[in-house]
Structure formats: C-alpha cells, structure tokens
Design a protein around this ligand. Structure first.
Ligand code: NOJ
Length: 567
C-alpha cells in the first residue's frame, strides 16, 4: 500500500468515515413535504386527520411538485407528546387507521412518484409502552435491560427531579421517576425528553464499573435494543417505506460527549441499510451535519440546537423594547444580519459536500411558522420561499407553509404540544366547513382553523396566479428543471457578509450559473458583484428585482420584499 493510501486510511478512521454508498439517486432531486398527520385531512369526521384522508390528498401533494413525504409519528402512542411517545412501534395508531391502510398509502404514494418516510423515535418510548411496564418489574424478564433503572442518582439530580414534579418543567432532568411513585424495580429511570419518555438502553461510553445502571455498549441489553431497532425498521421498509426521520438521533448512547459512539452506531445501521435496503434513506434530527452525515444519515436538518444558524434567519431574540433586541434576517426592518447563518451553513456545507445533504426547512411541528408577527404578508412569505427553494441540500416544506398558514397564537396545549400547538393547526383546504379539513362539529376539531377570511386556503390560492401556492409550484418546477438549482448544484455566497441586504449567492452545475438575490426587508437595496457570465434575465422573481450588467461590475437592485433568480 502506498504512503498516501495509508495516510488516507488513517485519516478516514480518525474522522470515522466508513465506505458508505452515496445514497439512492432520487435524493439529488428530493424535496420533502412534512405532514403532521393529526391535522392534514380527516376522512371519518372525528376531527383528527387519518391515512385515508392523506390518500385523498396525494394528488394535491404530487401536483405541488414535492416528491418525498415525511409523516410525524403514526405508530401507536399514548399521545402525551404528539406521537413522540410510542406504545407500539409495529402498529399504526388506530386514530390514523391500520397497518393495511399504511400499506395502501405507500402504494398510492409510489404510484404518484412520492417517497414515504416515517418518523422513528429511536431513543425512547412512552412510559405506557409494554416494554417499559415489563422493565419496571422486579422479576427479570426480556425487557429488564431495555431501559436504565437505578435507586441512586446524584443529589443535585434528585433535587432536580423533585423540582420538576413541583413545577412541571419537562426537560430539566436526566432522570425520571415512575408516575411520581416508586416502580417495583427501582426509584428512577433514565429519561430522554419529557418524564414520560424513558430512554431506551443503548449503553454507556466508558461505563463506571461501580454503577450497575451503566452498561457497556456491547452488553446483551443494549445489543438487544439495537436489534429491536433494526427489526422495527425492517418491518416498515419491507412494507415499502422509503426511510425514516430519526428523532433525537444523537441521543442513543449515553456519556458520549463527542458523539463518536453514536456516530459508529448509525454507521453500522447505514451499512446494514446499504446492504439490504439501498433504496431507503435516513433523515436526522441531529442538527450537526458534520457529525450526522458522517454517521451515515443522508439528510440532516440545520435547525434546533444550532441557535445562531437557522434562528438568526427567522427568529428574533430578546424583547423589542430592550436595548439588545436581536433582529432576525428575514425581518422587514432590514436590521438583521446574515453572518451567523452564513458562517454556520458554509462550514457545514463545505465539510459535508458529497457525503449527504443539509436541509433548511420552511418550518416544522416544533417551531413557529414563518407567517407570524410582522412577517405576515404574502410578499414576505414569497421571499422566504424563494430562499428555501434555491438553496442547495434537500428542501423541506412544512404542510401549509406553501399557502402561508400562520402560527396561531393563544391556543391551549394539545397532547403535550405547549406553544407548538400554533404550528399544528388543521390544513386549510377550502372555504367549506372547518376549511375542508373535516366535516365534524367544530368543537371536535383537533385544533381550530383560521383562514384569515378565506384567503389562506388551497382553493382560494389555486385560482390566483399570484398566490404563494402558485409561486411555490413555479419555484419547484424551476428547481427540478435546472441542475444548478437542485440539491447537488454548487453554492457560493457573492454578497458581502457585512452588507447583508441583499443576500446574493450563485448556484452552478454543468457550467451553467444562476444568481439568486434576496431582500426580505421593506427597503430598496442595491449591491454590486464581480461580472458574471450570465445574461441577467430573471427566471423567476417576486417583487421588483433587476440585474444590470456592467463593464467592471454587475449591479443588482431589489425593491422592498423582493427576490429573484437570474440566468
Ligand atoms: C423532537 C420532536 O420533534 C419533538 O416534537 C418531540 O417532542 C421531541 N423530539 C421528543 O421526542
């Protein structure tokens, strides 16, 4: 072996890069559409969405121009956290239908060229799961080591558990205590998120030999859990599912500060998938593409945990009247910055190109929708959409964002949602009863609808060539038709980081270059960039945007709330 090969091998071992395939080819043009199944379409008028309802809307989804569906959890659940508290991974929750309905959904989706990804909570279950109930028993049984139980936790942890019981604060402790009383087995169990979400036992890095709760990764319990995970995945992939979005993907192995063991675990799963299900994909909720994509995920969301990345684009920080209010970039005031996002994104992008894809979603079931506060006009939302659908990586549209559904304020918590309820309201189809989502009595609706006097519906926007819906469809058609704009096309920022408005970047493939310019502010803005080999006409635009070719430099002018792709 020559010196360079040895060096490369050592480097790849060091970086934990295994020889994984580059993933199925359909990924290079994939656009995800995320559905919260309880509120997409109700077929049996019980006020809650279901699989038959989704099937009846597949033509709409296909027509929109997306090609990959991701459904929030649909497995049997105790419904204390919107389905992220599973009680049976092998069966569809009766509220949505049956496993046979899911089989039909997959078939119908495939017939329309749509892939189906399910949401898999790999790191925890509900405390109502029969595995957890069995595990809580004193007598040893098959599930004893599926979870981590102990009577002794550090004093500060114990105080935190007690405080949580007083204040109902969900996420502040590592340990939970069963139903606030003692389980027969022990007093405390390791939890993953809310108290009713006990963590599955994938083992500890460097387990403390004096602490029996800490089992080694290769101990029988953690290995059985890993096997179970694969058998759940096989079950649904054998049915035809095209992959999974993995909830809290980096949380499985404990005490893993640098995530190296979680990375290895997923690399193992990916190798197994490449062998047995090469057409399928893994989408991470990890928010660290440098780790997740090396771990074998095909896609990772650049969203939570990465505070000054995604957040700096869409969420302001601090109180408006305080001295240190931090404007987000997509704010009408034009006082936001682009630096945090660009630094975060370009680092991740450069480090992971060719390994997998970053996804910058329009929203999701955990965060506030774009239509909120002062970002509330169709013109503003079109600028957001143009950004999302012209960036590299796999775009992800959260259901309803294509019609500008708004984040509804003032709702009570629904099934553990807390304030997330505002982003989980029923899809708004038409001006019929309950916006066409369900014919039930409005009092039975999962969450209320608000169509803003009828304009925020699919029906109304379908007929309006200027609507956000039709703009989104045009953008998607353009993206699918232009290799420079698809998931693999090159990306480079062209505007100056300290002059954030407009934000200008280029996309390029096969020698064809496109220039994208974005102005989410209300002000007219201009910028110059080095001369480009393009003719300067716009392929798509919203608002007033123009490109002037110069001898030494090219000049781009964007009126308030405008954006364009120039060729
Ligand atoms: C992330 C999910 O997106 C969120 O909805 C859920 O509450 C937590 N993980 C816990 O599973």
């Amino acid at each position: 072996m020559n010196r360079y090969l040895v060096l490369l091998l050592l480097l790849s071992l060091h970086l934990n890069i295994l020889a994984l395939s580059s993933g199925p080819s359909w990924l290079s043009d994939a656009v995800i559409y995320q559905i919260y199944p309880s509120t997409f379409m109700d077929s049996d008028d019980d006020g809650i969405g279901d699989i038959k309802g989704v099937i009846s809307r597949l033509d709409y989804v296909q027509n929109l121009g997306v090609n990959t569906l991701w459904f929030c959890p649909m497995f049997k659940s105790a419904w204390q956290d919107g389905g992220y508290d599973v009680t049976d991974f092998y069966n569809i929750d009766p509220r949505f239908g049956t496993n046979e309905d899911m089989r039909l959904l997959i078939k119908e989706a495939h017939q329309r060229g749509l892939k189906v990804c399910l949401d898999l909570v790999a790191g925890h279950t509900s405390d109502q799961h029969p595995w957890f109930k069995a595990s809580s028993q004193r007598e040893r049984n098959k599930y004893s080591d599926y979870y981590m139980w102990t009577d002794t936790i550090p004093d500060d942890e114990r105080r935190t558990v007690e405080r949580r019981h007083r204040t109902h604060d969900p996420a502040i402790a590592t340990w939970g205590s069963y139903g606030m009383a003692n389980a027969p087995r022990a007093k405390y169990y390791r939890k993953n998120y809310f108290e009713f979400q006990p963590a599955l036992n994938y083992g500890y890095v460097n387990p403390d030999p004096n602490d029996p709760v800490q089992q080694a990764i290769d101990a029988p319990g953690p290995q059985a859990v890993r096997q179970e995970l694969k058998s759940i995945m096989s079950y649904w992939m054998d049915m035809g599912a095209d992959g999974f979005r993995i909830d809290m993907a980096s949380s499985l192995i404990k005490n893993d500060t640098d995530k190296q063991e979680n990375i290895k675990l997923w690399q193992g799963i990916r190798q197994w998938m490449d062998q047995h299900y090469p057409r399928c994909i893994l989408i991470a909720e990890w928010s660290n593409p440098q780790q997740s994509l090396v771990a074998g995920f095909h896609v990772d969301f650049m969203i939570h945990f990465n505070l000054r990345g995604y957040d700096s684009l869409f969420f302001p920080h601090g109180a408006p009247d305080s001295g240190n209010y931090d404007y987000c970039y997509f704010d009408a005031s034009g006082k936001g910055g682009i630096e945090a996002f660009v630094n975060n994104f370009s680092q991740a992008y450069n480090a992971t190109r060719g390994i997998g894809y970053i996804s910058i979603p329009t929203g999701n079931h955990d965060i506030i929708r774009h239509n909120y506060g002062t970002r509330n006009t169709m013109d503003q939302l079109k600028v957001c959409m143009l950004f999302h659908l012209t960036m590299p990586g796999v775009p992800c549209i959260y259901y309803g964002d294509e019609i500008g559904m708004k984040y509804t304020t003032g709702l009570s918590s629904k099934e553990g949602s807390g304030r997330r309820a505002g982003s989980r309201t029923p899809m708004q189809w038409s001006d019929s009863r309950n916006a066409g989502f369900s014919s039930c009595d409005p009092s039975k609706l999962y969450l209320p609808v608000d169509t803003e006097g009828g304009s925020l519906t699919v029906e109304a926007q379908d007929d309006d060539t200027n609507s956000l819906l039709n703009f989104t469809k045009r953008l998607l058609r353009l993206r699918h038709g232009q290799p420079a704009l698809n998931n693999d096309g090159d990306w480079q920022m062209l505007s100056a980081i300290d002059r954030p408005y407009p934000f200008i970047y280029m996309r390029e493939a096969n020698g064809k270059r496109l220039i994208v310019a974005i102005n989410p502010s209300a002000k007219k803005v201009k910028a110059t960039i080095p001369c480009q080999q393009i003719n300067g006409s716009s392929l798509i635009k919203t608002g007033d945007a123009s490109y002037h070719k110069g001898k030494k430099e090219d000049k781009i002018t964007l009126h308030g709330f405008s954006a364009a792709v120039f060729e």
